[in-house]
Ligand binder design. Structure first.
Ligand code: FAD
Length: 559
C-alpha cells in the first residue's frame, strides 16, 4: 500500500522511546477513563490529512500506520503498536493533521476527542509529560526532515520567499523547499505555466492548492492554522499580541480557568522569536533561541486550552461600552470581559534611500537561522549598538565570512551588556566600526553594494556587501488603538500609577477605585510588556507582567 515499508521517521538524534513511547497498562487505564473504546478493522481510516476534527488514539490491540500521502503514493512515517498513541503538536493547537492514520491490523483503540485530551493533560502530570514531549519531538523530527504538507518554490534573492519561509518556520510548520536558483528545470516549468517574477514564491499547499506569492493570511487559511471564531460568544479574556508577555498571560489565564483567545497579527513569538539566542532568561544557563522559547510557551498555552489566531490582528478597540470589543482584520468583532494589550514594539526602519526595495533581498530586521543560511560564507553588516545588534553580530559570525558591526557612537559601552561586548572583542570574525554610518544601498533586485561614512574625517567607502541587518530599536505598536487608551509622549501605553488625574478625566474613568497596577485608562483593559510605558524591555519582565495581569483580570471579572 505504501511507497516503501521502511518508516522515514527514523528518530535520528531524538530518543525513539520518548518520541514513540509505550504507555504502561496503568497509564492506559487512566487514559481510558477519559475516552471510549473503538474496534478497528484492517484498512479502517482513522483520520485524513487536513481534516478539521481529529481525535487522539491509544492503540490497545492491532497496529496503526501513519503515512504521508503524495502524488506518487504514500510514505510510511511510523507503525504504531499497542501502548503507543497518535498525534503531534497540531492536535493540541486544533490545527489539521499533516499525515493520514489507518489500521494496519484489526484491533482496538481508546479514542479521546481534543477537549478530553486537553482535560487529561491538564490533570495527569505524568501523562502530560509523556504526551507533550512525544508531540514536540515528533514535530521537531517532521521539521528536520522537511516532511510537511507544503512545498515552497522560491529564490533566496526574493523578499517574498524569505517572508513565507519565516512565516512557516515561526509557526513551526514543516515544509520542503525548491530553490529556483539551483533547480533550472523547475524554473523552466514555472515559465511554461507563465508564473511571473512577481508571483514568486509559489506555495503548494496540501498537494493541491497552488498559491502565488501568498499573503500570511492566505497561507494560514490554506493550512487551517486558525479555528473559526464565534462572534456571538463573549470571551473572558482577549489577549492582543502573542509575544512573550501575551503568551505568559495566556498560560496563566487559561490554566486558571479563563476562556482565553489570543490574537496575533503576524507570527507567534514577537520580537523574542527573532532573537537567535537569549542568554539572560532565568533557568537557561546555556541560552535558548527565541523561537524555541516562545514555541514552548505557545504549546503550554494551548495545552491549557487557550485559542490562538495568527495572521489576523486587532485593528480597533471599542471603548465606549462596558463590554470591550476588539475588531480584527477580517472585520469580525469580538467581545470580551477583559482585554490585555501585549502588542510590543516594531523594529524601527532607518531613513535610507532604496531601503524598501531591498527588504528581504539583502536588508533584514531579524537575525535567525533562516537569514544566517542565506548569507553564509559572505560579508555582512549589522547596524546598531544595542543588545539585539550584539547578539546578531555574534550569531552571524558563526556562519558569515566577516561581520562588520556599524555604530554611530564612539563604542558599545553605553548601550550593550558587558557579556556581549566581551564576546565581540574576542571574536576575530567581527570588525567593530565606530563613528560609522550607512549612507547608501545599491543593487539590481538584490542588494549588491553599500556605502558607509566614517566621522569625523567624513570618509565615504563603497563595499561589495550583499547583506545588511538593521538592529536599531523599536517603536510601540499602538497606532491601532486610535486614542482609545492614554499614551505617553512616545506612544507607549500608560497604566496604573502612571495615569494622571487628567488622563482619567479625559477617558471618563467611571469607577470609584483607581486603575490597577497594569490597567490602562479604560477599566478592564490592561497593557503588558514592551508596549507599556516605563516597562523594562526584556523577555523576563514581559513574561512577569503578562502573568501578574491575570491576577487583576480576575478582580475585574468579579467586580
Ligand atoms: C533581536 C532581538 C533580541 C533580543 N534579545 C533579548 C534578550 O536576549 N534578552 C531579553 O531579555 N530580551 C531580548 N530582547 C527584547 C525582548 O524580545 C522583548 O522585550 C520582548 O519580546 C517583549 O515582549 P512583548 O510580548 O511585550 O512584545 P513583542 O515581543 O514585541 O510581541 C508583540 C506581539 O504583538 C503582535 N502585534 C502587534 N500589533 C498587533 C495587533 N494589532 N494585533 C495583534 N497582534 C499584534 C506582534 O506581531 C508581536 O508578535 C530582544 C529583542 C530583539 C528584537
Amino acid at each position: 500500500m505504501t511507497n516503501n515499508d521502511r518508516p522515514v521517521l527514523l528518530t535520528q538524534g531524538l530518543p525513539a522511546e520518548k518520541m514513540f513511547p509505550k504507555l504502561s497498562p496503568a497509564q492506559i487505564a487512566r487514559v481510558a477513563v477519559h475516552g471510549r473504546l473503538r474496534a478497528i478493522k484492517r484498512g479502517d481510516l482513522l483520520f485524513e490529512v487536513g481534516e478539521q476534527v481529529v481525535p487522539f488514539f491509544v492503540i490497545t490491540a492491532g497496529e496503526v500506520e501513519i503515512v504521508r500521502p503524495s502524488v506518487t503514493g504514500e510514505t510510511l512515517i511510523r507503525l504504531l503498536q499497542p501502548g503507543q498513541f497518535t498525534g503531534e503538536v497540531n492536535l493540541l493547537s486544533g490545527r489539521p493533521p499533516m499525515v493520514r492514520a489507518r489500521a494496519r491490523e484489526s484491533g482496538e483503540l481508546i479514542e479521546l476527542d481534543r477537549e478530553r485530551l486537553l482535560a487529561l493533560v491538564q490533570t495527569d502530570s505524568e501523562l502530560s509529560e509523556i504526551i507533550m514531549r512525544a508531540f514536540i519531538f515528533r514535530r521537531l523530527e517532521l521539521i528536520s526532515q522537511g516532511l510537511g504538507d507544503v512545498v515552497l518554490i522560491g529564490s533566496n534573492h526574493c523578499s517574498g520567499t524569505l517572508r513565507v519561509k519565516e512565516f512557516l518556520t515561526r509557526n513551526s510548520h514543516p515544509y520542503s523547499y525548491i530553490d529556483l536558483d539551483r533547480d533550472v528545470d523547475v524554473q523552466q516549468m514555472l515559465d511554461r505555466f507563465q508564473v511571473s517574477l512577481g508571483e514568486i514564491p509559489v506555495l503548494i499547499c496540501r498537494g493541491d492548492v497552488v498559491l502565488r506569492n501568498p499573503t500570511s493570511q492566505q497561507i494560514a487559511s490554506c493550512l487551517g492554522f486558525n479555528q473559526a471564531i464565534d462572534e456571538r460568544q463573549v470571551q473572558d479574556l482577549v489577549i492582543v499580541g502573542a509575544g512573550p508577555s501575551g503568551l505568559a498571560a495566556a498560560v496563566y489565564g487559561a490554566s486558571e480557568g479563563l476562556d482565553v483567545l489570543i490574537l496575533e497579527s503576524d507570527v507567534p513569538g514577537g520580537q523574542a522569536g527573532s532573537s537567535s539566542r537569549i542568554e539572560n532568561y532565568l533557568g537557561f544557563p546555556l541560552g535558548i533561541s527565541g523561537q524555541e522559547l516562545t514555541e514552548r510557551a505557545r504549546n503550554q498555552a494551548q495545552k491549557f486550552g487557550a485559542r490562538l489566531v495568527v495572521a489576523n490582528g486587532a485593528r480597533r478597540l471599542t471603548c465606549d461600552q462596558r463590554l470591550r470589543t476588539v475588531e480584527i482584520e477580517t472585520g469580525a468583532r469580538l467581545s470580551a470581559r477583559a482585554v490585555i494589550i501585549a502588542t510590543g514594539a516594531q523594529y524601527r526602519k532607518p531613513v535610507l534611500e532604496n531601503l524598501s526595495r531591498f527588504e528581504g533581498a539583502g536588508v533584514y530586521f531579524a537575525a535567525t537561522f533562516t537569514e544566517a543560511q542565506i548569507c553564509a560564507g559572505e560579508d555582512v553588516i549589522v547596524v546598531g549598538g544595542g543588545n539585539s545588534a550584539g547578539q546578531a553580530a555574534v550569531f552571524l559570525a558563526q556562519t558569515a565570512k566577516r561581520v562588520h558591526l556599524l555604530v554611530r557612537s564612539e563604542g558599545l559601552a553605553k548601550s550593550m551588556s558587558r557579556y556581549l561586548i566581551s564576546r565581540i572583542e574576542g571574536n576575530a570574525g567581527i570588525a567593530l566600526r565606530t563613528h560609522t554610518e550607512l549612507t547608501g544601498l545599491e543593487g539590481n533586485g538584490h542588494l549588491e553594494r553599500v556605502r558607509w561614512r566614517t566621522r569625523p574625517a567624513e570618509n565615504v567607502e563603497t563595499r561589495d556587501i550583499r547583506h545588511v541587518f538593521f538592529m536599531t530599536g523599536a517603536d510601540p505598536s499602538t497606532r491601532w488603538l486610535d486614542g482609545c487608551v492614554a499614551l505617553d509622549e512616545k506612544g507607549f501605553i500608560k497604566t496604573g500609577p502612571d495615569l494622571l488625574p487628567e488622563d482619567l478625566a479625559a477617558a471618563h474613568w467611571p469607577l470609584g477605585r483607581p486603575p490597577h497596577l497594569l490597567e490602562t485608562s479604560r477599566p478592564g483593559v490592561f497593557a503588558v510588556g514592551d508596549v507599556r510605558a516605563g516597562s523594562i524591555k526584556r523577555v523576563a519582565s514581559a513574561v512577569g507582567e503578562g502573568s501578574i495581569a491575570i491576577g487583576f483580570v480576575h478582580q475585574v471579572l468579579n467586580e
